[in-house]
Design a protein around this ligand. Structure first.
Ligand code: ATP
Ligand code: MG
Length: 206
């Protein structure tokens, strides 16, 4: 479903990684592990088509993304991928619910009920009408997870989604991400520098 073959990448002073291959099948959950600076963000950006490939290929549902135009990538990404970044990147002027529904405005699939259901499953039913500035860090990150899952992507790709949270919140958000991605039918690939948070998940070390 997501496949990378022989990826190699350098910013110009030595390879960050080379001959890196991975395959994520439907329903699977994977962790990308490595210390700060090891290339986790770079790898996830390559997998998401947000950074031009150097060596190797990335396939989304069997289709090589090399050579797709920005527009083609953006359209495919909308259906294929849900993205959660280290920083939540919520729209500050939209409420929690409006943030979750935002991808729906782009695709004509605005389903308030489903948005509210997602927020409810993430423990945020009472926060639907809050602006991001009134939410805690963990709450914001959970809104970002709900938004990333709103279009029921095939894959949820999350780059250190819990880096700004304390341990307790990090465990809670990770648990909810695993549960909810399973419920909407999305595979999960997340990066973290903290291996103890993802015990039990198959892992790729950078
Ligand atoms: N645009 C860039 N130009 C040059 N070097 C870069 C660029 N982006 C990242 N790097 C370098 O590449 C290396 C890997 O960066 P990357 O952000 O992928 O690591 P990371 O594993 O995500 O780190 P962290 O855990 O701190 O988020 C780092 O040494 C970083 O300084
Ligand atoms: Mg990073």
């Amino acid at each position: 479903m997501l496949e990378a073959k022989d990826l190699g990448f350098t910013y110009g002073n030595g390879y960050l990684f080379r001959a890196l291959s991975l395959r994520v099948l439907p329903g699977e959950a994977w962790a990308v592990l490595g210390p700060s600076g090891s290339g986790k963000t770079t790898l996830l950006h390559l997998l998401a088509g947000l950074l031009p490939l150097q060596e190797g290929e990335v396939y989304w549902e069997g289709e090589a993304i090399r050579g797709l135009s920005e527009g083609q990538l953006a359209r495919k990404r909308l259906r294929f991928l849900g993205l959660v970044f280290q920083h939540h990147f919520l729209f500050p002027e939209l409420t929690a619910l409006e943030n979750v529904l935002a991808p729906g405005y782009l695709t004509g699939r605005v389903d308030r009920e489903f948005g509210l259901w997602l927020l409810g499953r993430l423990g945020l039913a009472a926060r639907a009408d809050y602006l991001p500035q009134r939410l805690s860090g963990g709450e914001r990150q959970r809104v970002a997870v709900a938004r990333a899952l709103y279009l029921k992507p095939r894959l949820l790709l999350a780059d250190e989604p819990t880096a700004s949270l304390d341990r307790h919140q990090a465990r809670e958000v990770l648990g909810l991400m695993r549960e909810l991605s399973r419920e909407v039918g999305a595979a999960l690939l997340l990066s973290t520098h903290d291996a103890s948070l993802v015990e039990g998940l198959p892992a790729l070390w950078l």
